[in-house]
Design a protein around this ligand. Structure first.
Ligand SMILES: [Zn+2]
Length: 112
């Protein structure tokens, strides 16, 4: 991959303190199951700013799974991505996660 292409894929992701705290407490609440949330905010020239969280409708979560059907969601440009937890680690996307990629960013939380 060329240097230029690599640069293009880099995104700066900023979260408000409230959003970050909200994610952590939501994931703790769902522990030991995975928790999943939609990230709301805006993107500007590839940089993503997250300031709101949305609990996805009809989400299903288990100890090693978290997902929701994308169809019932309104086409909302402020939905910039998703965050979900991996209660037992690792903080890496699984194949299913990559298949279910939604929006611009996907954050994985690993709670110890
Ligand atoms: Zn996952």
């Amino acid at each position: 991959m060329s240097e230029l292409k690599k640069k293009k894929l880099e995104r700066k992701i900023s979260l408000t303190k409230d959003a970050r705290d909200g994610i952590l407490s939501f994931c703790k609440m769902n522990h030991p199951n995975e928790g999943i949330l939609i990230l709301r905010g805006k993107s500007k020239r590839g940089d993503v700013y997250i300031d709101e969280l949305v609990v996805p409708p009809f989400s299903e979560t288990g100890a090693d799974f978290a997902g929701f059907p994308h169809n019932p969601l309104p086409l909302d440009l402020s939905y910039v991505g998703i965050v979900h937890s991996h209660p037992s680690g690792p903080a890496k996307p699984s194949l299913t996660d990559l298949d279910n990629f939604f929006g611009l960013v996907s954050i994985i939380v690993f709670l110890e």
